[in-house]
Design a protein around this ligand. Structure first.
Ligand code: NAI
Ligand code: OAA
Length: 342
């Protein structure tokens, strides 16, 4: 993966030197992972250590980070790795950050919805975002902690109260839905997965996850309406598929770390001025009547450069869009209310 990231950067963007990872022409970029000792945090820390766009990797958790940081720091790539543990070290982890990735919080067990995590994770996200507002108010925030449909609005409210909110810098990470949609589509359509693209819009829970298979490329003419319904359902239930398979030992961690690393890489490329970086993310939006919505966004030097529209939808997708709105609306409102009450 490292080699492919490096060679694609060399080919298209000329950002890297021919040898080694440090370069005068590659900007210094500090990335923090909050929740770095967890199931997602550890492989995500490794993948970010493999990313040559990162010069400084800060690994923060309430416990266990010295070991993770020592381990990852031995990997012979560009970035300096530092572990931070406990709230009094959070300031050092955050100072100077360009991108903060948040996979802190509890995961689901079988039988739970993502919303069942709200009571614990809302408070965790609120306190981490309060610190971000203080110590790195200009960083891009990649929110992984669930329920994303509520934690992103919580973060926005915290930043608004602190006077630091920039709607272009707050991202709910919905990349795993895209990763799944691509994998499942490629399997069903029998096309090489590397070239597949599928936008996924809406939110990140159950029916709020709306893959737009009518816009999938390459076009597949061998898929029936039943196939599209089954692919949609599998994408919406992808998280639950993993939760059940793990049988009480958590939710997706490895595929999430991959998706999180890909999304953070896209943010870093945008910051570095790479043109035409487009990914799906749950952001402040006016493309529907809902204040936050996942869709394709163009990333640039200041975060979101443009929230792209939905494009033409099939009748099935139009129906899915209308059905998801009430649930997504109430999850957003729940987050906003929590942030303003507590
Ligand atoms: N957006 C998405 O697509 C996905 C989101 N998730 C969510 O990511 C979150 C983390 O999942 P896992 O890594 O599997 O859980 P985990 O329990 O393995 O790790 C969570 C880590 O967060 C740490 N933590 C707790 N409170 C903290 C605080 N105040 N500050 C810093 N760190 C803190 C814990 O010590 C632990 O190391 C969950 O909420 C899960 O639902 C999981 C998969 C996909
Ligand atoms: O399902 C979960 O609880 C974790 C998650 O968000 C996912 O895997 O998409």
């Amino acid at each position: 993966m490292l080699r492919s990231i490096q060679s694609s950067l060399r080919r298209s963007k000329n950002l890297l030197p021919r040898r080694g990872y440090s370069s005068d022409s590659t900007p210094e970029r500090k990335v923090a992972v909050l929740g770095a000792a967890g199931g997602i945090g550890q492989p995500l820390a490794l993948l970010m250590k493999l990313n040559p766009l990162v010069s400084n990797l800060a690994l923060y958790d309430i416990a266990g980070t010295p070991g993770v940081a020592a381990d990852v720091s031995h990997v012979n790539t560009r970035s300096e790795v530092t572990g931070y543990m406990g709230e009094d070290q959070l300031v050092k982890a955050l100072e100077g950050c360009d991108v903060v990735i948040i996979p802190a919080g509890v995961p689901r067990k079988p039988g739970m919805t993502r919303d069942d995590l709200f009571n614990i994770n809302a408070g965790i996200v609120k306190s981490l975002c309060t610190a971000i507002a203080k110590y790195c108010p200009h960083a891009l925030v990649n929110m992984i902690s669930n329920p994303v449909n509520s934690t992103v609005p919580i973060a926005a409210e915290v930043f608004k109260k602190a006077g630091t909110y920039d709607e272009n810098k707050l991202f709910g990470v919905t990349m795993l839905d895209v990763v799944r949609a691509k994998t499942f589509y490629a399997g069903k359509a029998n096309v090489p997965v590397e070239g597949v693209n599928v936008p996924v819009v809406g939110g990140h829970a159950g029916i709020t996850i709306l893959p737009l298979f009518s816009q999938a490329t390459p076009k597949a003419n061998n898929l029936s309406d039943e196939d599209i319904t089954a692919l949609t359902k599998r994408t919406q239930d992808g998280g639950t598929e993993v939760v059940e398979a793990k049988a009480g030992k958590g939710s997706a961690t490895l595929s999430m770390a991959y998706a999180g690393a890909m999304f953070a890489d896209a943010c870093l490329k945008g910051l570095n001025g790479v043109p035409d970086v487009v990914e799906c993310s749950f952001v402040q939006s006016s493309i529907t009547e809902l204040p936050f919505f996942a869709s394709k966004v163009r990333l640039g030097k200041n975060g979101v450069e443009e929230v792209l529209g939905l494009g033409p939808l099939s009748d099935y997708e139009k129906q899915g869009l209308e059905s998801l709105k009430p649930e997504l609306k109430s999850s957003i409102e729940k987050g906003i209310m929590f942030a303003n009450q507590s």
